[in-house]
Every structure is written in structure tokens, then in C-alpha cells.
Design a protein around this ligand. Structure first.
Ligand code: NAG
Ligand code: NAG
Length: 814
């Protein structure tokens, strides 16, 4: 069987060796062959017969065979053809590893004769093994800050093949950081280094993956790859970075402690501790330190102190972030504090004018004040108001300044003091208010005159008072105060009768008490009036007048005075009575008056003693003396009657008079006496005419008066019941009533006078003579009439005073 060489090249090789051996040796030639490894079993290696030029037949006869010392027989000899073929697959790498010349030895042996040939088979390497990296992955840790051109040797790739089939080159895939530099090692093998060509940045690319390829020189070349994993090691090459360069936040004032204000955040691209950020305040004011707290690790800023808008509206906080490598960055937090309505408005009173005179004109400035609210905007806007119903007004002069002025005129006498409450309110929500009270006192102006508490005063004084007796008081009130209300009383000059009033009364200038200055006499002066003026102490002062009427009350201090019969010591009056007079004949009439008035002047007559007690009676009320029976012969010619005249005072006063009567014959008719009077009067006819006319007139007037008064008395009787009851017995007698009624209000005197004129028929002319001047004589204060309770002396002096009027009359006091 012929084996064909697999390739022409290999065939030529084998041939060349044979040629060399054949030429060099004769007997014991060495056969040299060269074959590639990995030939298939049975593959032709050489034809030994041909090479040794042997007869093929000899092979079997001479028992040709090949022997080898090695355990494995790689070759086999085909005895029939003499061809040497592969018996076992030859793996050079297994056989020789990296030995460059790999040779298998065997001997070719022939017997008969023994023939011995040595044979060498050189095993040629073929590229049957790829380069192999011992590890599929190479891990490199490279610092990111490594300088350029730094070399990083790489592990070599293994290739079992040798020579040119061994690793001839390394490549790495294209990348931006590294290049591969391939060198020849001292043993001739190649190795590669990674060269850093571009700066690494872990933050950009923390890991670089490369494919390293080793290529051998075989035809075709084989290659093996490994992955290069480059871990870029971190350097603190990055500064922390805040998410914002300025953080703007708003914070409500008075925020609670620990409430979050803001959170700053810085990041660091580095790794590990280089990326660990610590926050801190950077050069902040003490105030910020007191107000805010910074969490070092989280960057949270929270409230620590009390945030007050009014103190600071904006806080600027510099924050520093530092990483573990000491690199730092800065940021700013601007905290805008928002206003809360936490300040009450304030009222600042600049000035108060108090007291204010009550006559201040409307518009007078009382107080000036300003209003302040420390809050902001509407929280700080204020509204000022005042209670109404005061005579004051608020005026805003300019912003937040107010004037309190009077709106209307004031009157201290109505309101002397005002507490004006001013309320100020801000416009916040909820709004805050405050109040201030302005106390305004009104000072007095003398605008009120003293006022008497009565329009006029009536003061009743009993006569015969003690001098310097307190008889009354007047009182005036002044609504003003202090000096303006200090009242001084005095009497205005005036006259009471003919005397100046200040001879009667005086007034205490301070308290208005009125004192009598003398003992008053009703019979002298019955009433008078003064004007009291009250003046206050103001400047100018004001005053007012009041009239004070003094009424003097009568006391029973005058005894009745007998007008007829005349009480004269020098002459005895005697009336003539005709013995032929009838019973009831009006003999005469006792005429008496009383200086007092009223009851004190109501007189009653009583017969006290008489010569002939049964002959005469005296009418109790009118003093008429009448006969009670016919006069007899036995009756003495001279009759003497003692008559007591009493007034009705308490105690009553009395006067006794004695009446002498002569009982005469032939003087029977009263008209004869009257005729005599007429005759006498005829001497002066003119006088008589006047007298008659006067009598008629006076009678008529008297009658009319009586009628009118009686009518009036009856009408007023009911209203004067008390008076009537005490004096009832007098009123019952209408005759007496006529006598005592005080028609003109001046007592009984004039009444008595008229009565006399009208009714006395038996009096002579002399009565008219003395009656006329008698009336003023009572009133005359200068007279010697001393008001005295003693009847005797009283009558005496009265009689004395009457003396000069009619020397013919004679007093009879007993
Ligand atoms: C005003 O206030 C003062 C002090 O509080 C008080 O004494 C006075 O009586 C008050 N006046 C009036 C009129 O209320
Ligand atoms: C008081 O009376 C006097 C004298 O009559 C008079 O001049 C004065 O004007 C009066 N004064 C008053 C306030 O009535």
C-alpha cells in the first residue's frame, strides 16, 4: 500500500534526510526522518526498504521489525511494502513539551544476518494549540489619579506550541484610556504591558473592561483572549456639591423649636469616606447660632431659638459641606422670616393737657399720642377708635399720630372728669388690640352764680326777741368749685320803715345766718324786707340777690287801753243817766283798744264792782253799759262802776277803768242831748254839715264793709277751722265780730275808731279831737309806750302819753 505524503513540502523534507544519510554512511546507516505531529494513524512516514535499498522479499524472510525503547510504539512497519506508517498519533507537545527538537528514536532490525539500523524521526511542531491565558479574567486595580504613561504588565498567555507557533503578539481592543505595548522577554517570548494614555476618572467610569488577545505565529494563527477588568480606584478628586447655591426659604416667626427650616443637600461624586459629607455652619453670626441648629449629617436646619420678625427679617446662613477627604463646598440659606401678628399695637401718649378749663373752645387739643405696631404690613396697620358719647374727638394729624380734641364745649358742673378709653386695633388676623385711658380733668371756671335755694325767704320772728337771736338762715349754692364756690353773704343797704335794715338784722357772711340786732316790736314794725346778696369768690365774681321778708309775730304785750271814759287823774268823767230811763237803756259805752293784734286784741268787758250791782250790766263784747231795770228813788245819785277790760292773749292782760254815773231827773230823752249837740254845732253850720255828711258816709262804708267781711268770713270759715274753733265764741256774737274784725289788716284800732264814730251817740266833740291823732301815736316808735306785761304801768304811761291830747280827761286805773 502506498502512502501518499500529505503535502509536497513534507515529502521533500523526508527525501532530503534520506539523501543525507545514504551519502554519509555505508554499512550501518542512520535513517533520519522528519514528520509533523498529529498525523493520522496509518499515515505514511517513509519507505525504509527503498531507503536502504533492500529487497522487499528479504523483509519477511529476515524477519524485519522495528523496536523502540519507549513504551509507546508510534510507528508500524508494513513488511509487505516496507513502508513505515503512524501507529499512534504523535502529540509533540505531549512528547517534548517545549523542547525545540523533538525526536523519536527506533531501530530497524533484520535477521539472517542481523542487520541493525538506527532511525530518528524528528517530530515537527504544528500549530495545533492556541495561546491560552491562565486566567480568563485579569483584574487590575488602577488609581484614578495614576499619572499618564503608567505601565501595567499583563500576564503572558501560554501556548503549548513552540517557535513560531508560540505567542507572537498581543492586542487589546480599542479603548480611550489604554494602549498595549508588547515586548520580547529575555527568553524570547513576548509579553504585553498596558500603558495609560488618557486620565481615568472613576466618577465617569469606575470600571474599564478590555479584551486582551494573544496571537501565535502559526499558519493560520491561533489566538486566545482574556478579559481585563480594570477597577478604577477612587481619589478624593471631587468637591462636594450643593444641590443649590442658594436656598431660599420662608419661615414663620415664632416657629416652634425643632421645626424644620430647610434641608441642604450636597453630594460628592467620590466614594466611601470621600463622599461622606458633614455639614457645618460657616462663619455665621452668633445670632444665627442661637436661632438655628444644623444636623451635621442630614443637612437639616431646624429652629433652635425664637424667631422674631421684628428683630431680623432675613437670616443668611452660610453652610459648609465637607467630605471625608477634607474638601468642602459652600452654600447659602436665606431664611426670610414671615411676620405673624404677635405684637399688640401700642399707644404712646406724648402729652396730655389736664386739667382743661371748662370754657375751652371746641377744637382745643387735649392730648397728643401716637400709635405703633411693630408688626409688618396689615399686621402693623392700626385703627384707632374712641368710645362715643364723650365731648371729644379723635383727629389723625398725620400717619399714626392722633390728636384728642374737644368737640363741643365742656361743662365741669355736669362732668368734672373724663376717662377716655382709646382703643387701637391692628388689621392682622386675629387682630390684636390695646387700650389706653386718658384721664382728663375739667377745671372750673366761674360760670355759675350762687343760687339761693328759695326765690324769696319769709322769716317769722316773735316780737320781744332777744337781741342777737338767730332768726333764720339763707342758703345759696354755687355749682362751681373751690374759690368759685366760696359764697359770701351780705345785706344790701335798704330801709325798713325809716331805719336802715342793718339796724335790725345782720347776716353772717359765711353761713348766711341771720341775726336780729334788736328786740323787735310788732307794734312798731310788723314786717320788713331786706335783700341778701350772695357773691362767690371767682374772678370776676358772680352774685345773686334774694329778698328776705321778716314778719314779726305779735305777742300779747299790750294791755287794753281805755279810750273812754278818759283815764285822767286830774278830771273825773261822769255820765248822766236819766232816772226815767227804761230798763235796757244804753247808758254809755266803754271804748278800749289794744295795741296788739288778733286774739291779743280781742277785748272783753266785765263789770267788776259797782255801787248798785243789779242796776247796770256791761255787754261782754262791746262794752255797752245798760240799765237792767228801772231806776228807783233808792238808787244813789252817784254810781261808780269798775269795769275790767281783758284781751284774749295768753296770758291775757287787763285794764280796769272806773265809770262815774250821775242819775239825774228830767233828762230822760237821749235825743235832747243830741239836740243840744246839734244846737251847739249849729253855731258852726258848716262844720255841722260836714259832720253829718261824714257820718252818713262813714256809716255807709262801714255797713258795706261789714256785709263784705261777714260774707268773706263765712266763706273762709271752713279753711280756717282751727282758728275758728279757738275763737269760736267771739265769732258767734255778730256784734262783737263787727268790733274786732281787722278789715285792713292793721289790727282793731281803726275798727274801733270807726265803730265809735258810727255808734256812739252820747259822746261829745272832744272824741273826734283826740281820736285823730291817737292812731299815729301808736305807731310812733319814739313814743314812751313801753310794751310791758304789767297792766298798770303800761296803762299809766299810755295815759301819760295821751295827756296832752285832752287835759280834761282823767285816768281811772283802779
Ligand atoms: C378715672 O380713672 C381714675 C383712675 O382709675 C379713677 O380714680 C376715677 O374715678 C375715674 N373717673 C371716672 C369719671 O370714671
Ligand atoms: C341785686 O340787687 C342790686 C341792687 O338792687 C342790683 O344792683 C343788682 O343788679 C342785683 N343783682 C342781681 C344779680 O340781681
Amino acid at each position: 500500500m502506498a502512502y501518499k505524503l500529505e503535502s509536497p513540502t513534507l515529502q521533500r523534507q523526508v527525501v532530503a534526510f534520506l539523501t543525507f544519510f545514504c551519502v554519509g554512511c555505508a554499512v550501518s546507516e542512520t535513517l533520519k526522518y522528519s514528520i509533523p505531529e498529529e498525523m493520522e494513524i496509518g499515515s505514511f512516514v517513509a519507505n525504509i526498504v527503498e531507503d536502504l535499498r533492500l529487497d522487499i522479499k528479504q523483509l519477511s524472510t529476515r524477519r524485519a521489525r522495528i523496536t523502540s525503547e519507549s513504551s509507546t510504539q508510534y510507528f508500524q512497519l508494513n513488511i509487505n511494502s516496507g513502508e513505515l506508517v503512524i501507529k499512534e498519533k504523535i502529540d509533540r507537545e505531549e512528547l517534548c513539551e517545549q523542547i525545540l527538537l523533538c525526536t523519536l528514536y527506533f531501530e530497524f532490525v533484520l535477521e539472517n544476518p542481523v542487520q541493525f539500523h538506527r532511525a530518528e524521526v524528528q517530530i515537527q511542531d504544528i500549530n495545533d494549540n492556541p495561546p491560552i491565558f491562565p486566567m480568563k479574567q485579569l483584574l487590575l486595580k488602577i488609581h484614578e489619579m495614576s499619572p499618564l504613561k503608567t505601565r501595567f504588565p499583563l500576564k503572558r498567555a501560554l501556548d503549548l506550541d513552540i517557535g513560531v507557533n508560540h505567542v507572537q503578539n498581543y492586542t487589546v481592543n480599542l479603548n480611550e484610556h489604554f494602549q498595549l505595548d508588547v515586548h520580547n522577554g529575555s527568553d524570547g517570548s513576548k509579553y504585553a504591558e498596558l500603558v495609560l494614555e488618557n486620565q481615568l476618572d472613576r466618577e465617569e467610569q469606575s470600571e474599564v473592561n478590555l479584551i486582551l488577545t494573544a496571537v501565535d505565529g502559526g499558519m493560520p494563527p491561533k489566538s486566545g483572549t482574556a478579559q481585563i477588568k480594570i477597577l478604577v480606584l477612587d481619589a478624593n478628586d471631587n468637591f462636594p456639591q450643593f444641590s443649590q447655591s442658594v436656598y431660599k426659604v420662608q419661615l414663620m416667626e415664632n416657629s416652634a423649636q425643632n421645626s424644620l427650616v430647610s434641608r441642604v443637600e450636597a453630594t460628592d461624586k467620590d466614594q466611601g469616606s470621600f463622599a461622606e459629607i458633614t455639614y457645618s455652619f460657616n462663619q455665621v453670626s452668633d445670632k444665627v447660632l442661637k436661632l438655628f441648629k444644623l444636623n451635621q449629617s442630614t443637612g437639616e436646619i431646624s429652629v433652635w431659638g425664637s424667631i422674631d420678625f421684628e428683630e431680623t427679617r432675613m437670616h443668611e446662613i452660610d453652610i459648609q459641606a465637607t467630605d471625608g477627604g477634607g474638601l468642602s463646598a459652600h452654600s447659602k440659606v436665606l431664611v426670610e422670616v414671615l411676620d405673624a401678628n404677635d405684637n399688640s399695637p401700642e399707644i404712646i401718649i406724648t402729652s396730655i393737657i389736664s386739667p382743661v378749663p371748662e370754657d375751652s373752645l371746641p377744637g382745643t387739643v387735649i392730648a397728643l399720642f401716637s400709635v405703633r405696631d411693630r408688626d409688618f404690613k396689615e399686621n402693623g396697620e392700626t385703627v384707632c377708635s374712641m368710645e362715643t358719647n364723650t365731648p371729644f374727638l379723635l383727629k389723625s394729624s398725620f400717619k399714626n399720630y392722633y390728636l384728642l380734641v374737644t368737640e363741643v364745649s365742656l361743662d365741669r358742673e355736669k362732668v368734672s372728669e373724663y376717662n377716655i378709653t382709646i382703643t387701637v386695633m391692628d388689621c392682622g388676623f386675629p387682630s390684636l388690640t390695646s387700650q389706653e385711658t386718658i384721664r382728663v380733668q375739667i377745671s372750673d371756671i366761674n360760670d355759675n352764680p350762687p343760687l339761693f335755694n328759695q326765690h324769696s325767704y319769709s322769716i317769722y320772728v316773735n316780737e320781744n326777741n332777744n337781741p342777737f337771736l338767730l332768726i333764720g338762715t339763707v342758703n345759696a349754692v354755687d355749682l362751681d368749685c373751690e374759690r368759685n364756690a366760696e359764697i359770701t353773704y351780705y345785706l344790701l343797704p335798704g330801709f325798713a320803715g325809716e331805719d336802715p335794715v342793718d339796724s335790725y338784722v345782720s347776716i353772717n357772711s359765711e353761713d348766711g345766718n341771720l341775726y336780729a340786732l334788736q328786740s323787735l316790736d310788732y307794734e312798731n314794725i310788723r314786717d320788713f324786707w331786706v335783700i341778701v346778696r350772695a357773691t362767690d369768690g371767682g374772678s370776676p365774681s358772680l352774685s345773686s340777690n334774694v329778698s328776705v321778708h321778716f314778719y314779726i309775730n305779735d305777742e300779747n304785750d299790750n294791755s287794753p287801753i281805755i279810750l273812754y271814759p278818759l283815764q285822767d287823774s286830774t278830771s273825773l268823767s261822769s255820765d248822766l243817766v236819766s232816772r226815767s230811763a227804761d230798763a235796757g237803756y244804753l247808758v254809755t259805752k266803754v271804748v278800749a283798744v289794744d295795741g296788739d293784734s288778733g286774739q291779743n286784741a280781742w277785748l272783753s268787758y266785765q263789770l267788776q264792782k259797782s255801787t248798785e250791782p243789779s242796776l247796770f250790766t256791761v255787754a261782754q263784747h262791746n262794752g255797752e253799759i245798760r240799765t237792767t231795770r228801772l231806776i228807783t228813788e233808792r238808787d244813789a245819785m252817784k254810781q261808780k262802776l269798775d269795769i275790767v277790760v281783758r284781751d284774749n292773749g295768753k296770758p291775757s292782760l287787763s285794764t280796769t277803768t272806773t265809770l262815774h254815773l250821775l242819775l239825774v231827773d228830767g233828762f230822760s230823752e237821749p235825743y235832747i242831748q243830741l239836740q243840744n249837740i246839734h244846737n251847739e254845732a249849729a253855731k258852726d253850720s258848716k262844720l255841722t254839715v260836714y259832720l253829718v255828711i261824714s257820718l252818713a258816709l262813714i256809716s255807709f262804708v262801714f255797713l258795706v264793709s261789714v256785709v263784705v267781711v261777714v260774707f268773706k268770713i263765712i266763706k273762709t270759715k271752713t279753711s280756717q277751722e282751727q282758728c275758728v274753733s279757738t275763737s269760736g265764741n267771739f265769732y258767734e256774737d255778730s256784734k262783737f265780730q263787727n268790733n274786732v274784725l281787722d278789715i285792713t289788716g292793721t289790727g282793731t284800732l281803726s275798727q274801733t275808731y270807726r265803730y265809735e264814730v258810727c255808734l256812739t251817740t252820747e259822746s261829745d266833740n272832744s272824741e273826734f279831737k283826740f281820736l285823730r291823732p291817737l292812731l299815729p301815736n301808736f305807731i310812733d316808735r319814739n313814743g314812751t309806750i313801753e310794751v310791758n306785761s304789767e297792766t298798770k304801768s303800761n296803762s299809766q304811761t299810755l295815759a301819760n302819753s295821751l295827756d296832752h291830747l285832752d287835759p280834761a280827761t282823767e285816768p281811772s286805773n283802779k
